[in-house]
Design a protein around this ligand. Structure first.
Ligand code: ATP
Ligand code: MG
Length: 424
């Protein structure tokens, strides 16, 4: 046998129950977005490296050490997208989509980060992202959060905690940065290597540390939320009021700063305690400066991204994955010369019962083995065609899930009978 070739570490094949969970999350999210009047956008997976270094920030984990960057054949530096916002901003700027109009967009697809693979953290992972351009008021920040809450409800996910914070304006943040640095400098001898480096480059990220030994220091730090500019404070109050009005609960987490540089004002995360350390399933916020940074006109913007792998793991752990691929009918074909009429009958049923999944037994097999497969498929009924049935132009309908009687009906009456039985 030839030597097998394995996939890249941290890049997974998604199949079975996981792919059912995946598809369910994406289709549910798409339907919620459509319900709120958002439109889909498809974006390239590869962009110029400069797009990410300019937008995400040079001193972030992603740009410092997580990007898959390579030269293409003409020598340009390209990067597999580590997130979706930068590409989406580039697309709206390049295509003039924000000229005198609001854009409410969503997308989904793979993202790539060279991280240490572990549960809930992969090198190729998938996000469902939403970005809104051209709206400065807190009603849209609230809408984004509220529609994610609606999605969790649709997916049957409880126990997700909403954490919110405000980062204020860029100016207020720069002021606060000075206060934070002087506070943290007092504890310099207790900081870890990462934090010492960030103290110079990106001190706000220290608030985001995953090191439990730094927890007490971080908790005692001055809080950005106490140093907001007036307009940002009012924006945050209105966001909270909107959430209160529709009954979406939240906690204010003053150390929520998010990993990327481009955020200002509202930031939020949905967090679960059920997935261990990788507990954030959705994260986002406002990024009013980014469009300009990417070469567009100043444009308000706000968005978020959900991690589909983490949500899929939650659905699986909580038994919330619907049986999407389950057939309703399994066609059993036993005997000489039954395949040809069997295939015609199966097609006839698919024509007559469009919402019903019909799986036909292919490849022959004994009565017993076909029934085993029918049972395992999860179908409600087996449609049985043997030599005698074909000669009589009838089929047997055999219930697989309940103890009711088998019945034999003519081919002409088959679809109508099944329609009744399946109540469609
Ligand atoms: P974390 O703090 O977990 O590294 P992050 O702040 O880097 O997350 P974002 O860039 O905000 O993550 O991405 C949004 C969401 O995408 C995350 O909340 C998470 O659900 C998911 N995500 C991010 N990185 C990964 C990864 N390597 N593998 C799986 N999911 C991921
Ligand atoms: Mg990360």
């Amino acid at each position: 046998m030839a030597k097998q070739i394995a996939a890249i570490r941290g890049m997974n094949d998604i199949y079975g129950e996981s792919v059912d969970a995946f598809n369910h999350i994406v289709s549910s999210a798409e339907s919620v977005m459509t319900q709120y009047g958002y439109r889909s956008i498809r974006l390239p997976i590869v962009e110029k490296t400069e797009l990410f270094s300019r937008s995400i920030g040079e001193v972030t984990d992603i740009v410092e050490k997580e990007m898959y960057t390579f030269e293409d054949r003409s020598g340009g530096s390209l990067t597999l997208r580590p997130e979706g916002t930068a590409g989406c901003v580039r697309a709206v700027v390049q295509n003039g989509l924000t000229h005198n109009q609001v854009q409410k967009l969503f997308y989904t697809g793979p993202m790539f980060r060279y991280e240490r693979p572990q549960k809930g953290r992969y090198r190729q992972f998938h996000q469902f992202g939403v970005e809104v351009f051209g709206l400065a008021t807190p009603d849209i920040d609230a809408e984004l959060i509220i529609l994610t809450a609606r999605l969790w409800e649709k997916l049957g996910l409880e126990n997700l905690e909403l954490q919110i914070n405000s980062l204020g304006s860029q100016a207020a943040r720069a002021d606060y940065r000075k206060k934070l640095v002087s506070y943290l400098t007092e504890y310099k001898d207790q900081l870890d290597e990462d934090s010492l480096r960030r103290l110079e480059t990106n001190p706000l990220r220290i608030l985001d540390t995953k090191n439990p030994e730094l927890k007490a220091i971080v908790e005692g730090a001055p809080k950005l939320i106490d140093h907001l500019d007036e307009a940002s404070a009012a924006h945050f109050e209105m966001l909270k009021a909107h959430l209160d009005d529709v009954g979406v609960e939240y906690v204010i987490n003053p150390s929520l700063v998010r990993g990327l540089d481009y955020y200002n004002r509202s930031v939020f995360e949905w967090v679960t305690t059920e997935l261990g350390a990788q507990g954030t399933v959705c994260a986002g916020g406002r990024y009013d400066g980014l469009v300009e940074q990417i070469g567009g006109k100043p444009t308000s913007a706000v968005g978020f991204a959900m991690g589909i792998e983490r949500l899929a793991a939650l659905l699986i752990d909580n038994n919330k994955v619907p049986e999407i691929s389950k057939p309703d009918l399994y066609v059993v074909l036993v005997g000489e010369n039954v395949e040809r009429p069997g295939l015609v009958i199966s097609e006839m049923l698919r024509d007559a019962l469009p919402g019903i999944n019909v799986q036909m037994n292919c490849g022959g097999g004994s009565f017993k083995s076909q029934f085993k497969k029918a049972d395992k498929s999860g179908a409600s009924y087996a449609i049985v065609l043997g030599e005698q049935e074909v000669a009589d132009k009838v089929a047997a309908i055999k219930p697989l899930r309940e103890k009711s009687e088998q019945q034999t009906v003519s081919w002409d009456a088959l679809a109508a009978t099944l329609k009744d039985l399946l109540s469609v």
